[in-house]
Design a binder for this molecule. Structure first.
Ligand code: CAO
Length: 450
């Protein structure tokens, strides 16, 4: 009868409380001895933890974002039937250097999987293979039904793929046990380039002159501060959006004098219910109405660029500023929620974002995003579309402005709105209609109930 075994984090040297950045298997997966189970990332290195035995994964005991040390359980494995040498093998080989080929790990020691360690390139931190989902993700990132990248590859190959914007699951492997090698990634990129822009593959991007490397220390004291994982991933995703989406930003203002009165009246009631009532939930509400009326703002271009995928759900991403970087948790089915419920959810999500307690699922599936800087200041800004979404609303700080009404200037509270959009999908006239409608809804909340 098949027996089960808990696979533990092996001796990983001096590392403790290391982040799990990637879970490479799922319950039901069959793994061979030395197939990678998870990837860990410390400040200095990325480590892949392979299975010490063949079998079927029964349960995953870690999640992306967990911190683990030696001895932490990773998976529960139903070992392959007796006779399987790997299953019978004593556990825990010592960590092997990253450059060693698969299957040549050192002799077994304790009851855990052998780890492989990747020495980081000098002056560089290893990038993660998976992320706390952040801004501007690839189409497959937001499509939970899309196949996850489960290709077998070393961290350095994964890093190369990430740098080149290559989805590893699409790369034909040539290594032992279907492992994707560096050369496979390079050939894949070459073949995609050969297919050319006609195929609509947004890799390689625009050729720009390489920036000269400057030794700033020549001009004064400097300090090297490595970017954390969230910032690195945000940077890559924002850059991809920036170069692939033809952006235009439409500016407008909403007269929120009445809304502000109403908000103040409701504030006490909200506080009694433990809710902090800001402008944001009202904006979410109004955005949902405008999206229902203009659904192509709630869509994505498909990979061919020839079809629009219009989403019949309204999941609103809300950009949250945290001290580890920008994250965008998602309020699901926002159109079905009341203002207090939205306020409570934004508050809870932003708290969890700031304490790093969001799960990947909390950051997936947005169909439109809002970035509110109103609590901080500023009169307008040009947010970057959270690709593959096609529009994002920026909200700046409400202020008093003199408005000409009935032959005189009257003081009115105005809320600045900045709508950035993908001009391949949205025309300027529609963008102006969208912000005009939004301003109308925020100017007179009664319109929301019509
Ligand atoms: N005008 C004037 N005051 C505003 C305002 C606006 N547009 N928006 C918020 N405020 C006020 C709130 O009422 C609150 O005041 P009180 O404490 O007196 O009630 C204060 O500013 C702080 O609000 P907040 O920021 O805590 O709450 P929020 O609901 O407006 O926003 C959140 C929540 C999570 C979106 C916000 O905290 C945040 O992180 N914003 C930054 C998003 C960001 O970084 N975007 C850039 C992305 S790059 O494009």
């Amino acid at each position: 009868m098949a027996s089960e075994r808990e696979i533990l984090v092996p001796d990983i040297g001096d590392f403790a409380d290391v982040d799990v950045i990637e879970v490479l298997v799922a319950p039901g997966d069959r793994v061979e001895a030395e197939d990678s189970l998870i990837t860990l990332e410390s400040e200095k290195a990325t480590l892949e933890i392979p299975s010490p035995a063949a079998g079927v994964v029964k349960e995953i005991l870690v999640r992306v974002g967990d911190k683990v040390s030696e001895g932490h359980p990773i998976v529960r494995l139903e070992l392959a039937e007796a006779g399987d040498a790997a299953a019978a093998a004593p556990p825990t080989p010592a960590p092997a250097p990253r450059s060693e080929p698969q299957g040549e790990a050192a002799a077994p020691r304790r009851e855990a999987a052998p780890a492989r360690q990747e020495a980081p390139a000098p002056g560089r931190e290893s990038a993660p293979a998976e992320l706390p989902r952040s801004f501007a993700l690839a189409p497959s990132d937001l499509d939970e039904s899309a196949p996850r990248s489960r290709a077998h590859a070393s961290p350095s190959v994964r890093r190369l793929a990430r740098e080149l914007g290559v989805d590893l699951s699409l790369v034909p492997p040539s290594g032992r046990k279907a492992r994707v090698l560096k050369e496979d990634v390079q050939s894949y990129v070459k073949s995609m380039l050969a297919q050319g822009a006609g195929a609509g593959v947004p890799i390689a991007g625009v050729a720009v002159a390489r920036a000269p490397e400057i030794d700033f220390a020549k001009f004064g004291p400097t300090e090297l501060q490595p970017l954390n994982r969230v910032r690195k991933l945000s940077a890559a995703n924002l850059h991809r959006s920036w170069v692939t989406v033809p952006h235009v930003t439409q500016f407008d203002t909403a007269d929120v004098t009445d809304l502000e009165e109403f908000r103040k009246q409701q504030k006490e009631r909200a506080e009694a219910e433990g809710v902090k009532l800001t402008f944001l939930p009202f904006v979410v509400k109004a955005v949902c109405r405008a999206l229902l009326e203009m659904p192509h703002f709630n869509s994505s271009l498909d990979r061919t660029g020839e079809n629009l995928i219009v989403k019949r759900y309204l999941h609103i991403g809300v950009a949250v500023d945290t001290d580890h970087g920008l994250v965008v948790p998602v309020v699901r089915n926002a159109d079905r929620k009341g203002v207090f419920e939205l306020a409570r959810e934004v508050q809870e999500l932003s708290e969890r974002a700031r304490t790093r307690k969001l799960g990947l699922g909390d950051m997936q599936g947005a169909s439109f995003s809002i970035s509110s800087l109103g609590g901080i200041g500023g009169t307008a800004f040009t947010p970057i579309v959270n690709h593959p979404e096609v529009a994002i609303l920026g909200v700046s700080r409400m202020e008093w402005r003199p408005v000409w009404q009935d032959g005189a200037f009257v003081p009115r509270r105005v809320l600045p709105l900045s709508l950035s959009y993908d001009h391949r999908v949205i025309d300027g006239a529609d963008a102006a209609r969208f912000t005009t409608r939004l301003a109308g809804l925020l100017g007179d909340l009664r319109l929301l109930v019509l």
